[in-house]
Write a protein that binds this ligand. Sequence first.
Ligand SMILES: *Cc1c(COP(=O)(O)O)cnc(C)c1O
Length: 372
Amino acid sequence: MLDNATLYINETKIKENTRILRTNLNDESKIIAVIKANGYGCDLVQSALLCERMGIDVLAVLSIDQAIELRKAGVKAPILLLGVTLHSNFKYLLEYDVIQAAVNYQYALDLAEFAKGQRKNIKVHIKVDTGLNRLGLKYHELDHIQSIFSMEGLDVEGIYSHFVASQSYDKDDLDFSKLQIERFNAVLDHLIISGINPRMTHMQNTPSILNFGDLGYSAVRCGMVLFGLFHPSQLEESKSMGYESVIEMRLRIAMIKEIKEGEYVGYGREFQAKKDMTIATISSGYVDGIMKTFTKSGGQVIVNGTKCSILGDIAMSQFMVDVTDVVCKPEDEVVLFGTDDQTIYDYIKHTGQTINELISHIRYSIPRIYVK
Ligand SMILES: *Cc1c(COP(=O)(O)O)cnc(C)c1O
């Protein structure tokens, strides 16, 4: 069924972004595609199935419900769960064959205990905290990290860490990234000297790949790059490398009307017409993730190739635009962002969101249509 809003996802561009990424990695490097936040707004299941078709090695999500949704949709690739699974949901890790992050020592013990009770093994990747202080065993907990490898009930298939500020070119941040790399490498060295094969090692997210190149771990763990999304500090560089964003969001005109000079538009009488005008009511609003800050900062939408100003405030499911000089009719599509006229980066300059906030806040039920 058509919706009042649609996200068009350019499959060809995702493939091209992935191809460019591979040219920037060692030949042996595997790709763990992170598809959290509904596949960075590009639909969890459709992005996963595309990743599988592209031969991506592992998929990563942040919660067990996402992993289950992928399995129910027929996804066969290994799924790594980077977030914490509640103890009462441990059974699903086994039932749906999900690799769980071992986020601290006690958590690893609990996973092992549960698995032993089921006479099965839970697959894990060990998370090492090298400075973010979010999840993970501290990099200096070497005995604990080592002992997880021999826990009955667990199959340790990998070990990883996560950068704090890898999008930054500031000297102090670069030094901190270097320190994190040293801390992670020291853990890996300790394991190897102890005769343990750490299996899959991974630390690099999207910004770190642009900033540092391939650091030589056995896999990269990235999301944004596949969808052509980058931090502002890396936008120019990413463009010069050929990466392109893949998301275009379009809305629909509900109706068109004429108004007279002096009339108000929208809640709170925030806009008053200085002349006779033609206005279009658009069937979208903040329920779809369009921030009120968008209109407050002079945001525009593109109606049949022409940029049109938003009049007054954005309501829950509707807002109005000035179409006085544009030929248009009800049900015409209107571009919110994603074309050269208004890129996703132009758009967030108006809303004040980060790129990841934007793609996380687009209403999940808006259809994502993959185009070639
Ligand atoms: C989101 C996330 C990634 C992917 O980061 P990108 O910058 O999108 O490549 C990798 N690892 C963890 C732990 C994450 O939360």
